[in-house]
Design a protein around this ligand. Sequence first.
Ligand SMILES: *[C@@H]1O[C@H](CO)[C@@H](O)[C@H](O)[C@H]1NC(C)=O
Ligand SMILES: *[C@@H]1O[C@H](CO)[C@@H](O)[C@H](O)[C@H]1NC(C)=O
Ligand SMILES: *[C@@H]1O[C@H](CO)[C@@H](O)[C@H](O)[C@H]1NC(C)=O
Ligand SMILES: *[C@@H]1O[C@H](CO)[C@@H](O)[C@H](O)[C@H]1NC(C)=O
Length: 423
Amino acid sequence: MNRNKIGVSQFQASNNDVIQTSNNKLRTLCQQYLNGKFLRNLCIATVVILLMAATIICTPIFVKKLKGIEVATLATITSTMTTVMKGELTTPPSTSISSSTTTTRKTTQSITKTATKEDVIRRRWTQNGTTVAGENGQGNRLNQLNNPSRIRIDADDDQIMYILDRNNHRVVRWKQGEQEGEVVAGGNGIGSQLHQLNLPTDLIVEKSSDSLLICDYKNERVMRWFIGNKTNVRQQIILSNFDCSSLAMDVDGNMYVSDRRKREVKQWRKGDTNGTVIANGHGLGDQSNGRFPLIPIFVDGNHSVYVVDNYNHRILKWTKETKQAIVVAGGHGRGDSLTQLAAPGELYVDHHSSIYLADEWNYRIVRWLNGAKQGSVIAGGNRQGRAPNQLNSPSSVAFDRQGNLYVADSGNHRIQRFDVINN
Ligand SMILES: *[C@@H]1O[C@H](CO)[C@@H](O)[C@H](O)[C@H]1NC(C)=O
Ligand SMILES: *[C@@H]1O[C@H](CO)[C@@H](O)[C@H](O)[C@H]1NC(C)=O
Ligand SMILES: *[C@@H]1O[C@H](CO)[C@@H](O)[C@H](O)[C@H]1NC(C)=O
Ligand SMILES: *[C@@H]1O[C@H](CO)[C@@H](O)[C@H](O)[C@H]1NC(C)=O
């Protein structure tokens, strides 16, 4: 996928070069043979018309090329990684980890607290989703997305979505009902400068400080972007030289980061300089064939850490007391029965410990109630596709305060909303 992705930018660049070259040639010709002002203007007009024609002819070809590209999945973007393992982190996180804990996820969690366990079990969502962002083809215009991999709903406003637009190396804020979003972080090309991102993989929205915590995966760093003042966006590197894969924050404002190659989760308490390993081993991931899938994590209100073991198609849970992992979903190999998962992506856990999970390669969202031996399908599950009741490599789930479900439908380059029926 990475190779394909690079191929796209090369294609784009060479396409521009061709237009640029023919533009120059025509201009030279014109200058050689024509001297009068009127004739020069006529010549420029001809060049413009030729350029427009070239664009009209080239655009469908380009779009076709994009469509032909295989959909990225967590596993495939990571499998092509060949970078050398870096040492221990060098930058202390300092006090900037968190001064407050008002994250979108925490607020959502506290909202659903009013629901009883029976309410949660009864809860259903419409089978047809509504597209609330994207689905204007894969691309980098403001009305487009390119493999959106995380969706967050504003803690104070259900209409505002924050979308981690992974392959555009940016975070987009998008108000439901609007035709396009607004770039709030990144979007300045691939790179490692402070104002750039390179394949970001996770996002926390911290409302109290108007900032975003971003796992800037290819740059092997965790960043904070202060986005409160549009004319003065500031960035901070919180962790560097860290093979950051996923981020979480608990109710006390402690930060958790999963390390992709070390196959472990570290916790940083406020003020810590070195993190503490709190989850590792238990066959998490597989290193034998050089594949290192991302490790999405979630921390619930009891400081239990849920870890997505993508390679083994299961979810592991470490509780604070036992420090031992238990399998809480999947664990029966890859498959599409209700006891199985297929390359699971991100998860969300409510206060009854029900797990909501993007079951990527089964093109569905599943829910596993606490202690359940199998899950149930709450969205998608109708094969790969882009109809309203279908998904294509869904990678992230979120809820608003009403209980409506949002899915980052990564392979369809769109965000889907599935309305709650009985809340
Ligand atoms: C769901 O969408 C399909 C395809 O557009 C449509 O045929 C069907 O009527 C819709 N179902 C409902 C309940 O709206
Ligand atoms: C935003 O930043 C600009 C430029 O630094 C500054 O002039 C302005 O006062 C700031 N606005 C607010 C509301 O802080
Ligand atoms: C942090 O880790 C480094 C390197 O392992 C070590 O030298 C240092 O003493 C540690 N600091 C604390 C406060 O534990
Ligand atoms: C914490 O654990 C208790 C006991 O298992 C459970 O009743 C409670 O709902 C949990 N709270 C959260 C926030 O997960």
